[in-house]
Design a protein around this ligand. Sequence first.
Ligand SMILES: *Cc1c(COP(=O)(O)O)cnc(C)c1O
Length: 307
Amino acid sequence: MLLPNPIPTQFISHSFLEEKGIELAIKRLDLVHPEVSGNKFFKLRYNLEKAKSQGKSSILTFGGAFSNHIYATSEAAKAEGLESIGIIRGEKTEPLNATLAHAEQLGMQLHFIDRKSYREKSTADFLNSLTEEFGDFYLIPEGGTNELAIKGTQEIFDLEDQQFSYICSSIGTGGTFAGLYTSLASHQKLLGFSSLKGEFIHQEISELLEKHQLSSNGSYGIFTNYHFGGYAKHKQELIDFIWWFYENFGIVLDPIYTGKMAFGVWDLIKKDYFFKGSKILMIHSGGLQGNMGFTERTGFKLPTLSG
Ligand SMILES: *Cc1c(COP(=O)(O)O)cnc(C)c1O
């Protein structure tokens, strides 16, 4: 069973924060495990345990060509002695990008499907055809969100985190957000920063909470105005912020999730969203493996080493 390293929480000091009377810290899930970084570690943990207890020898999951989930699944499966199969959206391009090359090197069997078939990936017909092709596998959905993933992310907090009044996290599918939400204390508010464009995420989160019957002692809010154009989109302003953050605090962020969240938090502090004396905890959910691929894809250089 994958075991986490102790997760450091790092306070960030800056004259601007002093002026505003804000204490800001970041919980470094990017350091949670030598290979399986970030929230994906927590999301995969109990799923792999279940796969093993069911006697499965392989994990099958889905993702895009730069997916943190694909990368983490290949690492976690290998660490647990399981085979892994990655169903990748889109055509195979060679040489493989850094994410896929790494996954393949760890033994993940990559299988590319066109975008139309990919949209039908959850239908019974399609899943049956996968079973015919790959045998009896343990299925993890795209992005990794399911009941056991949420159970895993409920373990991100520890007692010391109760000192914070706000917890800030990025949102993709919302699985991590849901797990964090259920573990809040009554004086805490969880703020989610959607990395996707659109208001649909409000509904998606409430459906997710309802489906898994999750409740909380705390409260939550979601920001949908820090997506920078949408998932995997970016703007110069975001890249500049990621560099600025790195140069000031020595912490690497990614442009898909954590960069947008941290930008949002900083912006909200500027706008006096938080009252003086607030203690804010940002969740660094990892995802730094994608920075190399982002540079390959866009030409924008990003910091890549987490210090
Ligand atoms: C996958 C991922 C997220 C989103 O997690 P969800 O549980 O899908 O909301 C956030 N940050 C990083 C770095 C990720 O890799």
